[in-house]
Design a protein around this ligand. Structure first.
Ligand code: SF4
Length: 336
């Protein structure tokens, strides 16, 4: 059991033992583990600096750790000097970026998550079959920009059920939808139902094909919120899947906060709380969850346990340029 290190708080009785329950699974998914390993191994093998287009994953701690090792993050390829090893982020890139890199003969290592690539392939397949595309996702997200630029022909972004009614398309047009991977089956269900209700010739992938990690973390967050008085989600504000975990807690009537690490924890949140649930987005390392537990333990003694959940074993292979390397030091799996 953690013991408090500081004196009494105005808001919490330090004599009261707090229950802290961790979600399972939480934190790093296979795509994030792979993307971080790619940057680390690229620096090891080709030397620093290695340029990374866009934040490799949406977590400020992960990005800073990689910066310290020799990664330079840029928003545009024009910021990459000629001849320098360049990594594309886990979110994927539009084809125009791939062409630009080829044109400049940049040595590129693609860290696009294989599940994102799968969405690109699905989109192209539907396009080839003569279907106009609908992408269910959030405007401005790096993955959405990448996916919209990976398909041929027209593609329409659908962010909500209201957007479905507003689509300026004939109801009998051959259409197909694809989805942003950080939306779960539950997130997309309403939009897909609205699309099916309106369009008579609509195809789409089996919903079970949407990213396993997103679905598992959302299911675990829901289970956790059911037994918690307060839900803490560890992740950066730029992380779409982390924000969604916080929204799930809020939808279930549990005060829910998204924080980067323990230093963001506000002791006032503990007023009247007996059980704190903690989970983490797919781009947040488990050491940040530990920092939140430590921050709480400074206020009151805590007893930590973990809910039962799905055990994830999926691993993605490394890109050809980095094959035959030992497993990366960042590869941490969430204990189940
Ligand atoms: S959340 Fe899913 S799609 Fe995104 S990087 Fe992780 S495994 Fe890949």
């Amino acid at each position: 059991m953690y013991q408090p290190e500081s004196g009494p708080s105005d808001t919490v009785d330090v004599g009261t033992k707090l229950r802290v329950i961790l979600a399972a699974p939480r934190g790093f998914c296979a795509g994030v583990v792979r993307a971080i390993s790619i940057v680390e191994q690229a620096i090891e093998r080709f030397g620093a600096p290695v340029y990374v287009r866009h934040e490799i994953v949406h977590n400020k701690h992960v990005v800073q750790q990689l910066r310290d090792k020799g990664a330079i993050f840029v928003d545009h390829l024009s910021d990459v000097p000629d001849g320098v090893t360049t990594v594309f982020s886990a979110h994927g890139v539009p084809r125009s970026v791939v062409s630009e890199a080829k044109h400049r003969e940049l040595p590129v290592i693609d860290a696009t998550c294989p599940l994102v690539t799968k969405v690109h392939v699905q989109g192209r397949r539907y396009g080839k079959a003569g279907r106009e595309l609908l992408l269910i996702g959030h405007r401005g997200h790096a993955e959405v920009e990448g996916t919209m630029g990976q398909v041929d022909g027209p593609i329409h972004l659908v962010q909500s059920v209201e957007d479905v009614a507003a689509l300026d398309l004939p109801n009998d047009l051959p259409l197909a939808y694809i989805t942003q991977t950080t939306l779960s089956v539950d997130d997309t269900r309403g939009i897909i139902a609205a699309l099916r209700a309106r369009f008579t010739d609509l195809k789409g992938p089996d919903v079970s094909e949407i990213c396993y990690a997103t679905q598992n973390r959302q299911t675990a967050a829901r289970d956790l919120a059911e037994v918690s008085d307060l839900l803490i989600v560890v992740g950066s504000a730029t992380s779409s899947n982390s924000s969604r975990l916080r929204e799930i807690g809020e939808e279930m009537g549990v005060p829910s906060y998204l924080i980067d690490d323990g230093s963001d924890f506000d002791p006032a949140w503990l007023a009247g709380v007996g059980t704190v649930g903690i989970t983490a987005g797919a781009s947040a390392p488990d050491e940040l969850v530990d920092s939140v537990i430590a921050a709480i333990a400074k206020i009151a003694p805590v007893e930590v346990s973990q809910l039962d959940g799905v055990v994830e074993t999926l691993e993605f292979s490394m890109p050809p340029q980095l094959r035959n390397r030992a497993a990366s030091s960042v590869h941490r799996s969430t204990p189940a």
